[in-house]
Design a protein around this ligand. Structure first.
Ligand code: GLC
Length: 491
């Protein structure tokens, strides 16, 4: 499965890579209907992953190495096996136990229609009917009932969970679905949309996300954090409008919000430049730095998004230099640094609820969640002592392993190590960038400390400009930067 002890064992690798903080996805007791995002007890450890003593040991070792640790906070919903939901089912309509969740009577003469037309992000309706006839809301899987944040007990419990981990010494949280939680009064129908996803693209028309009242919850979260100096929260906020997104970063709300524009951008000049510009514009009037992401556990890995194979890898190398040259915070998804692609998994092993909820039309996110390969030339590549890893690892990954890449000067791993080391140098100082004039199909900017990043997506090689070459994603020995490549210069 991978576990907390495994992360602890690999801390030396993470230090070497240049990682200074971790975000660990949910490791709490869970029936695993959604990769642990269905939390049955937010203040304990799922036995498969270890125990609280094991977590404390990981935290102590990470801190000894100067690595901060943030953990996932999943406020919007619990597992259906959380004791609260078990009580809610037993409690019946109108009971205080039911008032912690969003239970409603159905529509139609016999209440057989869901209370509104909201779709679940994972497909199908966002409502499930229980034996006594009422319906409960689940923006995700039926095993993830939404909590009612207008109930003070729900907010207090979230604060208790935060203090539980902060008192153990964590440095902060990644907040799941941070634009969820607040639901509009009366739960009105939304404007139907073909895309039922997480992105609140339709703005106020999609009533499931990005409601103004969500900011009250973020202020509560922030006041808990403020009692623990040096801690922070990063929000998973799928809001594309710069102004609406920036509201989450007001001085009394989140310290960081992932900006998903790079993760969703096409590999072309327009797409990439727009992604950078919007991300910077979003944070401009806030205390927050920009927060860059190329891949995560919910989206196809960028090697695959950029076309896969040699081309996808070439572009991923260039993308790494783009991401790591930008001012602000960079999140690297485990395996980005190895150039891992998505894996085509057979139907029988798929675990993502999207697969079944979509009537087996969408394969879901398992392809980007395959374990990281460490050594050897056969599965499980040192990830586990068992050949049956929780998702199967494919044949042919020998060259992708950490062991195979570690001493290869041309590997993705070496590129990441060198880039992350350089990123700590004075050339990268300063919170801003200045766009430089660049040839057609190229993007160039300069950081106040003197770092210049030049990205070539023009389709043809380009003369490398004057300056000391610090790092390049492809050979530039002949003074030319190939297509789909980036170079860092000092000027
Ligand atoms: C977030 C998580 C995703 C999960 C969902 C529901 O989007 O990143 O993995 O399925 O929330 O908790």
């Amino acid at each position: 499965m991978g576990d907390l002890a495994g992360i602890r064992d690999r801390l030396p690798y993470l230090s070497d890579l240049g990682v200074d903080a971790l975000w660990i996805t949910p490791f709490y007791p869970s029936p695993m209907a959604d990769h642990g995002y269905d939390v049955a007890d937010p203040r304990d450890v799922e036995p498969v992953f270890g125990d609280l003593a094991g977590f404390d040991a990981l935290l102590a070792d990470a801190h000894a190495r100067g690595i901060k640790v943030t953990v996932d906070l999943v406020p919007n919903h619990s597992s259906h096996l959380h004791e609260w939901f078990v009580e809610a089912l037993a409690g019946g309509p109108g009971s205080p136990a039911r008032a912690r969740y969003v239970f409603r009577d159905g529509r139609g003469p016999d209440g057989a229609q869901p209370p509104n037309n909201w779709p679940s992000v994972f497909g199908g309706p966002a409502w499930t009917r229980v034996a006594d006839g009422q319906w409960y809301l689940h923006l995700f899987a039926p095993e993830q009932p939404d909590l009612d944040f207008t109930n003070p007990e729900v907010v207090t419990d979230l604060e208790t969970t935060m203090r539980f981990w902060l008192d153990r010494g964590v440095d902060g949280f990644r907040i799941d679905v941070a634009h969820g939680m607040a639901k509009p009064d009366g739960l009105p129908d939304m404007v139907p949309s073909a895309d039922t996803g997480l992105f609140a693209d339709d703005g106020p028309a999609d009533h499931r996300f990005d409601q103004d009242e969500v900011h009250l919850i973020h202020r509560r979260v922030r006041s808990v954090l403020d009692a623990y100096p040096g801690t922070m929260a990063v929000g998973e906020v799928w809001v594309s409008d710069d102004e609406r997104l920036s509201q989450y970063l007001r001085p009394d709300e989140l310290q960081l919000a992932f900006n998903f524009r790079l993760l969703t951008a096409e590999w072309d000049l327009e797409g990439l430049r727009t992604a950078v510009e919007h991300s910077l514009a979003t944070v401009a009037a806030t205390p927050a730095p920009a927060c860059w992401v190329l891949s995560n556990h919910d989206r196809p890995r960028h090697v695959t998004r950029y076309g896969g194979g040699e081309r996808g890898t070439r572009r991923a190398r260039a993308a790494a230099l783009l991401q790591l040259a930008l001012p602000g915070v960079a999140y690297v998804y485990n395996g980005d640094e190895l150039g891992m692609p998505d894996v085509d998994l057979p139907d029988a092993v798929l675990q993502d609820p999207i697969w079944e909820r979509s009537g087996r039309t969408e394969r879901g996110r398992d392809g980007c969640r395959v374990p990281v390969p460490w050594t050897g030339d056969q599965p499980p590549y040192g990830f586990s002592t068992s050949p049956d890893t929780w998702l199967p690892m494919p044949a042919g990954w020998g060259p992708l392993t950490v062991a195979a890449q570690a001493d290869d000067p041309h590997s993705m791993l070496t590129l990441y190590r060198e880039a992350l080391a350089l990123r700590r140098s004075a050339a990268f100082a300063g919170p801003s960038l200045e766009w430089l004039p660049a040839p057609d199909g190229c993007l160039a900017f300069r950081r106040p400390g003197g770092l210049v990043c030049l990205l070539n997506v023009s389709g043809a090689p380009l003369q490398v400009p004057e300056g000391k070459v610090l790092l390049a994603s492809a050979p530039v020995g002949d003074g030319r930067l190939p297509d789909d490549a980036a170079v860092w210069l000092h000027r």
